[in-house]
Design a protein around this ligand. Sequence first.
Ligand code: SF4
Length: 348
Amino acid sequence: MMEKTKKIKVGQLYIGGDAPITIQSMVKADAHDVKACVEQILALEAAGCDLVRLGFLDLESVRNISAIKKQIHIPLVADIHFNYRFALEAINQGIDKLRLNPGNIGGHDKVKMVVTQAKKNHVPIRIGVNAGSLQKDILARHGGHPTAEGMVESASEHIKILEDLDFDQIIVSLKASDVDLMVSAYRLFAQKYDYPLHLGVTEAGTQLSSTVKSSIGIGSLLLDGIGNTIRVSLTGDNVEEVIIAREILKHLHLRREPILISCPTCSRTQWNMIPIAKKVEQYLTTIKKPLKVAVMGCAVNGPGEAREADIGIAGGNGMGIIFVKGEVVTTVPESQLYDELVKRIEQW
Ligand code: SF4
């Protein structure tokens, strides 16, 4: 059961409240290059990304926002770093959400200018606390190193600046590269506030490390009912970020998508199953039906072990079987197993 939070509108979608959990990613192309950014965003959309963030190094690239937005179909978030001029221009360009920390953009007047425009244009703000860049005074109060309490204190300071300006369209993240710290910070925050939470383990590493760290961190919180939108941070292809995020959500029953069941293989396996399992996994990323599909190492135990699968295959000795809910429905030559499975999934 999700913790109830405020519901914040971001472009055409909602974050928080009863809204489904959304997947975010970030553009890794140069923001000066509209075509490259659009291409990446369209690929992210196709992979299942719900909203996308873009970072800027100068005002010239911020001016590309409206051109990019015209060619994409999901909300765009501007990461404006410390620069209030970027924020104002991003709003002017029709941005859907800002990522900024009001305590870091150079004083009350500048914050007020940004917040006034954000409110007028219905642009929500994500406050992004990062364990690696906590304010010095907060670190000093918490023993000189980042703690969950210090991270929540940092978020509270930024929130107060916005609330004092009568602004409450706020989403918060409390990221750390340490999974334990990140989970503790979000849990502590969720006890105190009802702003929606953007979950992520930051600087999570390359694919293996990021998959493990993100699954533990984001997964633990989602199991607690904490979290409204997620980002898997990965040193690598951002489409992979989205695929991993989808995997996390679907295994927590938060998205209805195909699930692959495959056995580890053992000494009873008599066919070259592993490449077929990988091929089926890849194929399943392209379909939307919430099917459970099994690829099993042997025809003797496979159908029974994968009884909960809607449809499955198992091979051995040149022949293969197709089974539905544990019952064998047909036998085909092993070389045709994959094609036969795909055909049946398409007919499902
Ligand atoms: Fe081994 Fe067959 Fe079980 Fe796979 S399904 S682990 S091949 S016994």
